[in-house]
Design a protein around this ligand. Sequence first.
Ligand code: SF4
Length: 251
Amino acid sequence: MGTGSDIEWTDATWNPVTGCTKVSPGCKHCYAERMAKRLTAMGQANYVNGFKLTVHPHMLEIPLRWRTPRRIFVNSMSDVFHKDVPVAFIKDVFDVMNRAHWHEYQVLTKRSERLAELNRELAWRPQIWMGVSVESEKYTFRIDHLRETHAHVKFLSLEPLLGPLPRLNLRGIDWVIVGGESGPGARPMDPAWVTEIRDQCLNAGVAFFFKQWGGVIKRRTGRGLEGRTWDEMPRGLNEFPAALSLPQLTV
Ligand code: SF4
């Protein structure tokens, strides 16, 4: 995919890898899996393998062709640190992110062990933001792995939030996103979990972004928290125009 995005905290998505396998409870209702099935049914060339992990070398150079700066979510349809993605391909993805330096890139993983392992082999320029997903306290070790990396901007995606996180260690973390699960079978999120995380961010001076309450029909529940929206972004970063001036690329 190389198009505008519906995700509240990014402008575009870029998927040089598609497909994945489930690794923890946050994966149960994986949005990428649902979407991949739909794209396969629609005959999209990059999804002939359905949700099976597939690398797409022909997708690598797309950010170099986008001349308008964007905030790009890397691999919304996969996890770039999945064990089946060759190290050489991960390095190719980083090479493009370093060369197309006018964009900002948001890379998110649940495979924090592999991220920590490869950290020293990767080139980290300031435009590459690195994040880990954490759905419950059992997986906060991913934050420790992220902290070990040389990424200049480090963020947490606490989505789908499945339990309280009362003891977050936010040292070295720049940005926290919280969201409830949405879609069929969505598991509930207790508002007290959200305010507790928000307060930890406020105390630690960490930018807080509340994405959504979620639920089966997410537009019904919205994204207000105690009378306002929380759209904070990491400090000192550019506000990119969300309007995309280039034609959509087909893949
Ligand atoms: S890691 Fe992400 S993309 Fe992979 S199965 Fe889990 S939720 Fe889906």
